[in-house]
Design a binder for this molecule. Structure first.
Ligand SMILES: Cc1ncc(COP(=O)(O)O)c(C=O)c1O
Length: 364
């Protein structure tokens, strides 16, 4: 039986020889500069040019970049920051780390991103910032969040960790915030060997504060050189992911009646991109087991809403029904660019078979 793991196997096999050359080159370089050297400076230049930001500040991870951004926009102890109730831990954790208070807002049941109305309802006189976070394949409604920030005098930290290369209304993800954050961890759109992150901003003072704060978590030279190497194939890899997502969208559309909702990832719409392909279903565990028996790996992202996690219990647990529903119902399926058409068809056939649907023509 063929096996299709959820995360891409041998993701960097094509770069193996060059990676070893990089290790040798950097390791033997007489300068012996292993972090925040010329490769990091070059990567910062490439990223700021690519997305049109005045500054890019590279560091050791996306979480590190969030931490720098929190420092950059001057979130201080006791300040409240509105964050989504559905997402990964560092979104709230990095605020707590600087003494801030995360205030959770529910998400949209359709797109899974933070809901602007819920976010606005969470603003108090102590609120200083909001963290709209792009999730899976959809950017948060950044025009709404910018307008809200203007109305209430708030800073926007745009968590674009998973959305490098996406755009909305012609403006790149990362540029809508006062500070924008990217992650370059292994399985992110532009993934590296190990971890990496970048803050982008047009604001000189925010950039200076981020640079000041990164002293102990800068990016290493090998990561930066590797990301520069991978940057060349980025557009093609994302094109292939979008193509696979479009096939899934078309094939799964008839399953809505059977209770499977495919998050629209390939439909041209503002702020769409193709990172994670997820479906929502009440039969999540059964479907995952069925796919596992077919050799297909799946992944459940964020099974517990942030406000229900012990780490954040002291900030008030509240009720976040939509975040809870997407935590209970989301299941991500493989969408890596190396999947061939037969493998994509195998995934489609397996999902259809679970729902008792005989495949007609497999989209492709
Ligand atoms: C939305 C979001 N923000 C922040 C991060 C943290 O990035 P990193 O894993 O590079 O620390 C992640 C990582 O998954 C993420 O998905």
């Amino acid at each position: 039986m063929r096996t299709l793991p959820f995360f891409p196997p041998k993701a960097f096999a094509a770069e193996r020889r060059k990676t070893l050359e990089l290790v040798r080159r950097i390791g033997l370089d007489p300068a012996q500069r292993f972090a925040l050297g010329p490769a990091v400076a070059e990567l910062e230049r490439v990223i700021s040019e690519q997305i049109g930001a005045r500054h890019a500040v590279a560091c050791g991870s996306g979480s590190g970049a969030l931490d720098l951004a929190v420092a950059g926009v001057r979130i201080e102890p006791g300040d409240e920051v509105v964050v989504p109730a559905f997402g990964c831990q560092p979104i709230a954790g990095m605020i707590v780390g600087r003494g801030g208070v995360p205030v959770f807002a529910d998400v949209s049941a359709e797109t899974l991103v933070i809901d602007p109305d819920a976010a606005e309802a969470a603003i108090s006189p102590r609120t200083v910032a909001i963290v709209p976070t792009h999730i899976f394949c959809t950017m948060a409604d950044m025009p709404a969040f910018r307008a809200m920030a203007g109305r209430h005098g708030l800073a926007v930290v745009e968590d674009a960790a998973v959305a490098y290369g996406a755009s909305l209304d012609g403006l790149a993800a990362g540029r809508w915030g006062d500070a924008g954050v990217f992650s370059y961890a292994q399985f992110k759109p532009l993934g590296g060997i190990g971890e990496g992150g970048v803050v982008v901003t047009d604001d000189d003072e925010i950039a200076a504060r981020c640079r000041e704060s990164r002293r102990h978590h800068g990016m290493d030279e090998l990561t930066a050189r590797f990301l520069l190497l991978r940057h060349a194939g980025f557009t093609e890899r994302m094109r292939r992911k979008a193509e696979i997502a479009a096939r899934y969208d078309e094939a799964f559309a008839p399953l809505a009646e059977a209770g499977l909702v495919a998050l629209p990832s390939a439909v041209p719409a503002p702020g769409r991109f193709s990172h994670v392909y997820a479906v929502l279903t009440d039969r999540r565990d059964e479907l995952a087991e069925h796919l596992r028996a077919q050799g297909i790996g799946t992944h459940v992202y964020y099974p517990v809403p942030l406000p229900r996690q012990d780490a954040f219990a002291r900030f008030g647990r509240g009720l976040f029904p939509r975040a809870q529903a997407v935590c209970d119902r989301n299941l991500a399926i493989p969408v890596w660019p190396g999947l061939n058409d037969d493998e994509v068809a195998h995934v489609i056939r397996s999902v259809l078979a679970f729902h008792g649907v005989r495949p007609g023509r497999i989209p492709g």
